[in-house]
Design a protein around this ligand. Sequence first.
Ligand code: MTE
Length: 311
Amino acid sequence: MKIRSSEITSEYTYLSRRKFITSTTKLMLGTLLVSSCSDSDITTNTQSQIDNVSNNIDSLPDKLTTYESITNYNNFYEFTTDKERVSILSQDLVISPWTIRVGGLVKNPRTFAVDDLIKIFDQEERIYRLRCVEGWSMVIPWQGFPLRKLLDLVEPTMDARYVRFETLYDPNQMPGQKSNWYEWPYVEGLRIDEAVNDLTLIATGIYGKSLLPQNGAPLRLVVPWKYGFKSIKSIVRIDLVAKQPESLWMKAAPREYGFYANVNPKVNHPRWSQKTERRIGELQRRNTLMFNGYEEEVADLYTNLDMTTNF
Ligand code: MTE
């Protein structure tokens, strides 16, 4: 018997329903910890809230990285490759007004002003570890909203399999984009089931304060079980697409940076080991954890994937 197209559930709808069911049972301990510790409205920017969060630990439990380090040791190649100068060189980036276009294979393409998005969605706090592919890591208390909520608004169609993200392209404001070492703008992508996972966040702030330019203001992606380069900054465009997007790093060095980029101590970077990492603020190196410690939440996304070839 032929099935009518109206009876077929799109992959997006299916995954979102499934996510809704599992997220109620798999609520992250980190999220619970934060909600029980922060008793005030997190969208206002006061010093007392910074103190409030900075005493917290994440779900492992690890100590939070200081606000000072999070905002002064950055990777943002659009400005410079010098981590300690990103904060200085990015200060004049105009982050308001800012719009983000969400389109591609969706029923309801829309352009949102960031100020409106912040009003539409409750801002949640999530303490996540960030592990850079270079071998350093931090623990960051983000604010933001799950990417899934934004995708729900635009209604992905049956053909949508991946999500493609793009950073602002403006060489006058971002001098690093004048170099032709990389193919600008910065592009990243996720499979749609990764995108709707409850851990996947669109971040709008850190430590109760709005994001600063160096951390990807006004909106950036945070995917805590993947190497930091997947967490694309200062996003202007999100498209639902049928084919796997090719990221800036895949184009620049395809043998070194793959599409998945899941944190994995057993798969080395061609030029260095990924077994250990340097947590910013600590002296000793620590062991890198599978999926950066989020194995329970995400391992089932990859049961049929060879993680060595799909690095
Ligand atoms: N996004 C853009 N647009 N440009 C970048 O150079 N660097 C990535 C990621 N997002 C990068 C980016 C890398 S390599 C890392 S480790 C994280 O941002 C660093 O985020 P942070 O500076 O907020 O710690």
